[in-house]
Design a protein around this ligand. Structure first.
Ligand code: 5GP
Ligand code: ZN
Length: 111
């Protein structure tokens, strides 16, 4: 299995896991771009947004429920960003769908 995030899901490589349930995993990004920088992923290997629209289940709402819970747990009430990069122009480096949750930083750029 070559997907690094699948290896994290299967505990083959270490990650600092902050949330886990049957479908969703969240862990700290190894190269944080903000004081809080978490990655929230489906445990199922979904390549990217192309596959996501074909998945007939509630995984995206599950992920956003976890994001909401983590935003509260980490006291991000004054603001946070949720980002997903798609494709090489956006700088996507891992082909397993993931949402960055970034907080505790003043984002002065709009995008
Ligand atoms: P992308 O650039 O694809 O949107 O985001 C991939 C993210 O995964 C990057 O922010 C990168 O730092 C993070 N990442 C890559 N490999 C690992 C790893 O082995 N462990 C953890 N915790 N994060 C990783
Ligand atoms: Zn994967």
């Amino acid at each position: 299995m070559s997907c690094i995030f699948c290896q994290i899901v299967n505990k083959k490589i270490f990650a600092d896991i902050v949330y886990e349930d049957d479908n969703v995993l969240a862990f700290k990004d190894i190269e944080p771009q903000a004081p809080v920088h978490l990655l929230v992923i489906p445990k199922q290997h979904i390549e990217s947004l192309d596959d996501m629209i074909n998945i007939k289940n509630s995984i995206i709402s599950d992920i956003f429920n976890v994001i909401y819970k983590l935003a509260k747990d980490y006291n991000l009430g004054s603001g946070f960003r949720v980002i997903t990069n798609y494709g090489k122009d956006a700088g996507q480096t891992v082909n397993h769908l993931h949402f960055h949750l970034l907080g505790k930083k003043l984002f002065d750029n709009k995008f």
